[in-house]
Write a new protein. Structure first.
Ligand SMILES: NC(=O)c1ccc[n+]([C@@H]2O[C@H](COP(=O)([O-])OP(=O)(O)OC[C@H]3O[C@@H](n4cnc5c(N)ncnc54)[C@H](O)[C@@H]3O)[C@@H](O)[C@H]2O)c1
Length: 270
């Protein structure tokens, strides 16, 4: 069902790699709700992925940008405003990558070049993105910037590895930059802390299936899907959430406030 919730709104969506990506579902839903946007991803991901199918479906243009490169972000933001015909109302940062995770390097045995790269891609890119938007004065008043995160920023999930630290940095940047964006531009900045979701990035985490099943059994409403995450994200882009800012919002079926569930207790007694 669509409500025209984003009619007249313009934005940029990062991170749609394939149809499982949370950004992919968000783009589909944003289109259904009347938004116009530019899709972007790292040049290498554009070569590997299937983003053109999404672009056609949502009547969008694709502009390559490596989110760690400020000159790419500058080009993206300038071109997007030209294509969309004005300033932006929403920006979605749906980017994450750890080479230590990918290559199975344990948290206690990091390759620090990889740790640096992962921090740059997954977290510092959010600062770079916001700084570029801020300096270019590219956001409309009452616009909304959202990034995706995971609860390993607050609690220990050993196999989440250095991504836990990256997410803690990301969430902090959302608050710190969100202050200036709020005061100076009337723009809100939030992170959504999503359930484990079977995407390319998610499935890269060691023991992901166990991780997902555990969260499913712990959450009174079950895990939130990528599509449900897309729906929640749209509410933050809409005018219905104008005074929500500097928040880390859990979208996890209740997992984050659970101690233990009946299902887990029963499994322990077996
Ligand atoms: N899948 C999960 O379990 C889960 C849970 C909570 C939060 N998240 C977060 O959701 C976000 C989206 O991930 P997803 O699960 O949809 O997986 P995904 O693999 O589909 O998306 C990750 C995206 O990051 C992009 N990316 C990587 N390096 C980049 C760079 N240098 N510049 C620009 N883009 C780059 C990839 O190309 C890809 O499109 C990430 O921040 C992830 O950490 C995922």
């Amino acid at each position: 069902m669509s409500y025209n919730l984003l009619k007249g709104k313009r934005g940029i969506i990062f991170g749609a790699l394939d149809e499982n990506s949370i950004a992919w579902k968000t783009a589909e839903r944003a289109h259904e709700e009347g938004a116009e946007f530019v899709l972007t991803n790292a040049p290498v991901a554009l070569r590997m992925g299937t983003i053109n199918t999404l672009a056609e479906k949502t009547n969008s243009e694709v502009i390559p940008a490596d989110a760690t490169k400020v000159e790419d972000l500058e080009n993206l933001i300038e071109k997007s405003q030209e294509i969309l015909g004005g300033k932006l109302d929403f920006v979605f940062h749906s980017i994450g990558m750890s080479i230590n995770v990918r290559k199975g390097k344990h948290y206690t045995d990091q390759n620090y070049d990889w740790t640096h790269k992962g921090l740059d891609v997954s977290a510092m890119s959010f600062h770079k993105l916001m700084q570029t938007l801020y300096k270019k004065d590219a956001m409309n008043e009452w616009g909304s910037i959202v990034a995706l995160t995971y609860m390993a920023a607050q609690r220990v999930f050993p196999d989440y590895n250095d991504m836990a630290d990256n997410k803690a940095y990301l969430e902090s940047v959302a608050r710190s930059f969100g202050y200036f964006f709020g005061k100076d531009k009337k723009v809100r900045v939030n992170t959504i802390s999503q359930s484990p979701t079977p995407t390319s990035a998610g499935q890269g985490v060691k023991g992901f299936t166990g991780f997902m099943n555990y969260a499913e059994k712990m959450s009174p409403l079950g895990n939130a899907t990528a599509l449900e995450c897309a729906d929640y994200t749209l509410t933050l882009f809409s005018d219905l959430t104008k005074k929500v800012t500097l928040q880390n919002l859990f979208h996890d079926g209740g997992f984050s406030n659970m101690g233990v569930s009946q299902e887990i207790m029963e499994a322990m007694e077996e």
